[in-house]
Design a protein around this ligand. Sequence first.
Ligand code: SAH
Ligand code: SF4
Ligand code: F3S
Length: 480
Amino acid sequence: MSNIDLGASKVIDEKRQGEAMQVETRVPLNGKKLFLESYGCAMNFSDSEVVASILSQEGYSTTRDELEADIILLNTCSIRENAEQKVRMRLNDFKNRKKRQPGLIVGVLGCMAERLKQNLLEEEKLVDIVAGPDSYRDLPNLIVEVESGHKAVNVLLSRDETYADISPVRLDEKGVSSFVSITRGCDNMCSFCVVPFTRGRERSRDPKTIVEECTTLFNNGYREITLLGQNVDSYRWNMTSKGEIKDQNLPTTNFAELLEMVALIHPLLRIRFSTSHPKDMTDEVLETMAKYSNIANHIHLPVQSGNNEMLYRMNRGYTREWFLERVGAIRRILPNCTISTDIITGFCGETDEEHQDTISIMQEARFDFAYMYMYSERPKTLAERKFKDDVPEEIKKARLTEVINLQQKNSLKAHKEFVGQTQEVLIEGFSRRSEEHQVGRNQNNIKVVFPKTDLPINSYVQVKIKDCTSATLIGEVVTL
Ligand code: SAH
Ligand code: SF4
Ligand code: F3S
């Protein structure tokens, strides 16, 4: 495994990775303790809050100390081989524990559960429960089955499960920022990607329940919400994928309209969303962003590659020219918007020349930030069936290093443009390095560090930016 591969999880995940989570219970406790650990994308963290909610209704309380747990659930990711590797290592940790505590229940949830199904029980003999992303309502039954001496599996994928009626138990401690899922699954079939196999068909959640959940969060003190979907631009309520209305008596909602509904909850609620898909992102969405100052000025728009042949083989549904036109639309409609992206190096058949097209699109699009990965072949995907994973590991790695180095320079350049500007920052807490500094994010999703104030987390402050690194802006609070 490479030590320069940025790995399985996005930065947003890494800060939480490995954390056990505390849950408030609302029904009489059953005396049993749950330890829940999440890997992978924001969707998994959001799902863990649904799982915590379902099990808290059964009387489970959660613990941050895995040693006192009666049940350990790992919510897993399959996106790259090393993501699965991490979970296997973690399961290994539990082996001796299980010998000492035979009643301990170990369950695997999420994408790895869905991908490996029954095999996971055979491969990792200590696993008792395997539950795919659409089967969490069944967890109480699966636990009962295990308690009566059996192994329990439910990996059925659903066409309509969105957990819309479940009020997630918030697992973060700060209470500033939260994820809210708006779609589940993905219909895109990018050839490298395992998600359509692990998450099933795309479905949108009832906008009413989304607005209700966001309103509750705001009323509970949260000030930032990230609407989540593998492709938020394909959110559609009461419409088929072809745009036909399903029920003539009910209103339809597209993503731009949903954004507006959420933005209208309160001007102090900052709205983010992820992930935008270059083939589907409309000007209507950009115009809605321009209309509401509480919709953050940041778009995550994964390019994957800058070469048309590669994009075609990746089945991404757009060309380099189309992507750059969409970037142009963002710059035109939202001049202060930052753009981040995802890049894969060494996808099947990628030549040096094709890789150089990725370098050049990075220069042309001027991404402010990027998540960068070496291609990792995933079983059953279109790419695994149709193409050879023929770019040698060393070349994948060298290309990744080149991409990372360039992005670091570009991020620094982009951040320098903020020096001298005053930015609105939502305070998230203290800096990890010093209790003398507070930290938050500006609208553009850039971390801002500043000498501490008397203001609590959840407050907005104006910070004049004095300095920067490729990862952070540094400034001082000003009163306007
Ligand atoms: N739905 C999002 C991406 C979800 S996965 C989108 O369409 O953009 C997050 C990122 O992981 C992807 O954008 C891609 O860059 C990367 N990724 C997915 N499959 C991969 C694979 N097999 N190898 C390496 N990186 C991969
Ligand atoms: Fe995977 Fe493509 Fe769907 Fe994103 S849009 S989850 S990369 S198949
Ligand atoms: Fe991983 Fe599944 Fe998310 S594969 S990236 S946890 S959708």
